[in-house]
Design a protein around this ligand. Structure first.
Ligand SMILES: [Zn+2]
Length: 379
């Protein structure tokens, strides 16, 4: 259990004194996120290649004829060198996946990629917590480039991929030689997020059109930085769920709200997010994205707001009356799609769900914290 947040506590020397409520008194939807299973410090992800025959009856590939010469050992080394470092940076060192080579599995003409993934899971080593399966054929452009699943919940310290069926599948497109020596990485980084039980963010359409989160439009940074391989950063609610922001650095706003100091949500220390209860299973998150590091493609840093909804109506299979983990709905609100422009000018505000969120003081060269007022509009 975390320390109790003291009402009215504030950063030393600041005038910020937003009201907070203790974790034990927070609505159940907020507690579900605070109590989510943290990501492990380390784990092994085993890499398999599915060799797709031509022709194949799997409609995912249609009549596409390209077959790449992919090798699990080479891919595991690429992932170790780039995706592992991405997640280490994203988590400030709290999540360090290791990639090891599995084998190449040859599909029969009648087999589908889904069966190949199951074969890979069955063939995975007892030490592997998840598998990454790459087909040597491109998926048809009309469908998604891949998927990721957390598998069945793991109640122990470690569960093998063979027991949970935790897996990522991607087609060959990101490994096309036209991409250079390093494949495109953002889709795999996105799908690994799903294996950690992270949901999409953005809107409710299939496009997930926010540029602010690896779990939304992960390719968005490439629109600004054509040489980009990695995805952007992620949003505070995901960091809290995975234990990358400790509970003590989360403020749960009281009914009157107030003014809060916020450190960058991607940073290693300080208060990094305000949760604003909207009901038992719904709340807003208010965070400061600094627009640096993986987010350097943004025009500027600023405040981002998301509406998190775990109501049983937002997913197909609620657990104990709530949509948790990968089934949470996370809408990017306040800003206009694709959410490139954040609340960045002192005095600017958004009104969302009966709350007014105002940037009181922007970050300066000498201080990277911001001051934000979060108050009910009828208060
Ligand atoms: Zn996804």
């Amino acid at each position: 259990m975390s320390a109790v947040l003291l009402a009215g506590c504030s950063s030393a020397g600041s005038s910020a004194s937003g009201s907070t409520i203790a974790r034990a008194d927070a609505p159940p939807g907020i507690r579900l996120v605070l109590e989510h299973r943290p990501a492990p410090l380390t784990e092994t992800i085993q890499v398999f290649v599915c060799a797709v025959p031509f022709p194949t009856s799997d409609p995912l590939y249609g009549d596409l004829q390209l077959r790449l010469d992919l090798d699990p050992t080479t891919i595991a080394a690429q992932m170790q060198r780039h995706v592992s470092l991405y997640y280490r940076a994203l988590s400030n060192g709290a999540y360090r996946p290791d990639f090891v080579a599995g084998e190449t599995l040859t599909m029969t003409t009648e087999e589908t990629h889904d069966q190949c993934v199951e074969d890979a899971v069955d063939a995975s080593s007892p030490e592997a917590a998840a598998v990454l399966v790459v087909a040597n054929a491109e998926n048809l452009a009309t469908g998604p480039g891949g998927w990721g699943r957390p598998g069945t919940p793991c109640a122990a310290t470690f569960c093998s991929a063979a027991s949970t069926r935790r897996a990522v599948y991607v087609g060959a497109s990101d490994f096309h030689p036209d991409n250079g020596a390093v494949p495109l990485l953002d889709l795999i980084e996105h799908e690994i997020g799903h294996t950690l039980d992270l949901p999409h963010s953005g809107d409710t359409s299939a496009t997930y059109d926010s540029v602010l989160d690896v779990m939304s439009n992960s390719a968005a940074p490439r629109d600004v930085q054509p040489e980009r391989k990695n995805a952007q950063d992620t949003i505070a609610v995901n960091r809290v769920a995975l234990g990358w922001i400790p509970d003590d650095d989360v403020a749960v706003a009281g009914p009157a709200g107030g003014t809060y100091m916020l450190s960058p949500s991607a940073g290693p220390t300080g208060r990094r997010v305000v949760f604003v209860p909207l009901g038992d299973l719904m709340f807003l998150t208010v965070e400061y994205l600094a627009g640096t590091g993986f987010d350097a493609f943004l025009p500027s840093g600023g405040i981002a707001v998301h509406r998190i909804d775990e109501s049983p109506t937002v997913c197909e299979m609620p657990v104990a009356g709530a949509c948790v983990g990968i089934d949470r709905q996370q809408l990017t609100v306040g800003s206009t799609p694709p959410h490139r422009d954040l609340l960045a000018t002192a005095g600017a505000s958004w009104t969302v769900e009966g709350w007014r969120i105002t940037l009181v003081r922007a970050a300066t060269a000498s201080m990277d914290t911001v001051q934000v007022e979060v108050v009910p509009t009828d208060g």
